[in-house]
Unconditional design. Structure first.
Lengths: 325, 331
């Protein structure tokens, strides 16, 4: 990967919340959302970030775009350091990284036309105005499969899938290097989901944009991603190329996730060997000692509660943090 | 289908009107005890309205204009609100998608479960609490005595959904309507809740009407499936038949649009072009016409009935014999 230029380089990032005195002077618990994470994304690459609510994936996304300051570590986007950047530097960096979210209805201003919404970043950055702006918006609309005349309509006049297209057009307006997609198809109907996934693949082929694809849907991940990182309580527990990852998952948590996702085929699904986790995700304010997963892990032994396993490379190139996998 | 042989719940030609449009149009299906019937479809297909009608919970703008909902010999749709109050919880119950929105944040969960029991049984509070505690054991909540005294915000999403299931089941209803019960949950918790529902069906013989859009959930738990589109049943079949041999273009395309294990990465997924028609766009013919690759003139002008495809497999399509063409489109 080193010969390719990395659009994202994360080194040892940790993000904690709370701990200081609250309103009444009482110190709350420290919530350790992200605990020492390394990640590279190359140009044109799609990396999936997989994990359940509370695993820290949204905190990590927010840290990458500079919305959340880490307590330590470094985040570089196309070479520029995000951590500690001042307002002006951040403004420049944010041209190169954009974000799209799960629910397009919540990401669009109901009182702005779609054209104004897509054009706004271009105006703010002084990229285009007047006729050039209109043309650029028309091109963007066409790129995402909408028509130029849609620019005059309001979000409520569109379906959910069309709204997500508008959100994507706005995110691409400044031609970012990296697009963070936070569950971009989870709120959409099944038939529309496929349209948006096809669109994301086509846009990447055309523009070379990289995606950090946050999702819990392993079917979608398998379809769209080159590499997969699994997160549990603020750390990566497994990271591998797609084919390796799906052919030979190693971490017990990864296996549990895979067996928990129901396959859309009753024969496969009902014959599947189930690996159901007991219990629930522990609180990030009280992370178990040693391997954070040991409280729910079927393979856990004494060492797991004592020593935290590091991500170590395996023969097939996967990196796994487990004493027993 | 054994459901037809010995149905517990029979929905018979149910039609629901909102503002002059039949948003639920002539829906019929049956569910036998201990069976799971899945109603599948995308937003606006009428699956949730159908389920609300079963509980007498239709919004004010919606009106049942035809059809019956028979729970054995009682027509639920004909009950007065007062009569319905006696049936809800005892004969038929519902759980919703978002458990935290369905629970009272200011009341302990124990009191909410006990209240549901006392609404139908004249017992003391202590007795109702004991019932509630047993119920928590049944739904797999550890340390139930302590949990009874907690408030919903102290519990996780999966835990809250177990509480909802406890409230729904404490009076031993024969039918449970589950409206997207796992959509708001993480996948590992979803697997736990689906397993719990399977266990309840097996142990108590509860009949479940499961509303979902997730074909994976259907494949996991359903015995029979009704695929709904724009207020009508497009196809209804035993679960294995539906997945193996879909007989409606909509079902076939829906199944093809879900990424599969053996798909080439980043290859184009099958899509269904266009969007679901709104009620004022419903034509006189098949409502899927505008998006259907098989559509002909007849589809536009004549509504297809549910044709018998053998077994208890039925499909509302004029072109069932041309399904091979869909498989080409989808491939």
């Amino acid at each position: 990967m080193s010969e390719r230029q990395n659009v994202l380089e994360i080194r040892d990032v940790a993000v904690h919340f709370g701990g200081r005195g609250g309103l009444l002077g009482k110190a709350g618990p420290v919530i350790k959302a992200v605990n020492g994470v390394d990640l590279n994304i190359a140009r044109g690459e799609t990396v999936a970030l997989v994990g359940e609510s509370g695993c820290g994936k949204s905190t990590l996304s927010n840290t990458i775009v500079g919305l959340q300051a880490p307590i330590s570590g470094s985040v570089r986007i196309s070479g520029d350091e995000v951590v500690g950047a001042n307002r002006r530097q951040l403004n420049d960096i944010r041209r190169k990284v954009q974000m799209i979210f799960q629910d397009p209805a919540l990401s669009l201003d109901p009182r702005s036309t779609v054209g104004a919404t897509i054009g706004e970043p271009l105006i703010v950055r002084g990229v285009a105005k007047g006729k050039a702006l209109k043309e650029r918006v028309a091109t963007l609309l066409q790129q995402v499969g909408l028509r130029p005349e849609h620019a005059d309509r309001y979000p409520h006049q569109f379906s959910g899938g069309q709204r997500q297209r508008v959100v994507i057009a706005r995110a691409l307006a400044l031609e970012p290097d990296l697009l963070i997609c936070d569950e971009p198809v989870s709120a959409l109907d099944v038939s529309v989901r496929a349209q948006i996934l096809n669109l994301l693949v086509a846009l990447q082929k055309r523009t070379g944009v990289s995606y950090l694809f946050v999702s819990h849907d392993l079917g979608v991940v398998r379809h769209i991603c080159d590499r997969v990182a699994v997160m549990y309580l603020g750390r990566f527990v497994e990271m591998a190329d797609r084919d390796t990852f799906f052919a030979n998952p190693k971490h017990p948590y990864t296996k549990a996730l895979m067996s928990a996702v129901p396959e859309a085929d009753p024969e496969v699904q009902r014959a599947k060997q189930r690996f159901i986790l007991s219990g629930e995700l522990p609180s990030p304010s009280n992370i178990p000692s040693g391997c954070a997963f040991h409280t729910r892990c079927p393979l856990a032994t004494e060492i797991c509660s004592r020593e935290r396993p590091e991500l170590t490379p395996r023969a097939d190139g996967a990196r796994v943090a487990c004493h027993h996998a | 289908m054994d459901a037809a042989a010995n149905p517990l719940l029979t929905v018979d030609r149910l039609t629901i009107d909102i503002g002059g449009a039949n948003v639920v149009d002539d829906i019929s299906f049956t569910v036998a005890p201990g069976k799971v019937m899945a109603l599948v479809g995308e937003s606006g297909c009428g699956k949730s309205l159908t389920s609300y009608a079963m509980l007498g919970l239709l919004p004010p703008a919606a009106r049942r204009t035809a059809g019956r909902i028979m729970l054995e010999n009682t027509d639920l749709a004909a009950l007065s609100e007062r009569q319905f109050r006696k049936a809800r919880g005892k004969d038929i119950s519902i759980i919703f998608q978002e458990p935290s929105a369905s629970l009272d944040p200011l009341t302990t969960v124990g009191s909410q479960i006990a209240e549901a029991y006392r609404a139908h049984h004249g017992v003391s509070k202590a007795e109702a609490y004991e019932k509630a505690r047993q119920m928590l054991v049944d739904v797999g909540i550890p340390d139930p005595t302590r949990r009874l005294d907690q408030y919903p915000f102290e519990l996780s999403g999966g835990m809250c959904q177990r509480i909802m299931i406890s409230i729904a089941l404490i009076c031993g209803p024969r039918v449970l309507v589950a409206d997207e019960p796992t959509t708001a949950l993480d996948v590992t918790i979803q697997a736990q809740i689906l397993d719990l529902m399977k266990k309840l069906v097996a142990d108590r013989g509860t009949a479940i009407v499961l509303i979902t859009h997730d074909m994976g959930v259907v494949a996991d738990i359903a015995d029979d499936v009704a695929v709904m589109y724009a207020g009508r049943i497009a196809e209804i079949a035993p679960v294995h038949d539906l997945f193996r041999q879909p007989k409606h273009p909509y079902t076939a395309l829906l199944l093809a649009s879900v990424p599969k294990l053996d798909d080439a990465p980043k290859a184009d997924l099958a899509t269904i072009e266009g969007t679901v028609p709104t009620p004022n766009e419903f034509g006189v013919g098949c409502r899927f016409t505008e998006r259907c690759p098989l559509a002909t003139g007849k589809c536009r002008t004549e509504q297809p009935p549910l044709f018998d495809c053998g077994g208890s497999h039925r499909s509302a399509c004029w072109h069932i014999d041309r399904m091979a063409e869909i498989r080409e489109v989808a491939a």
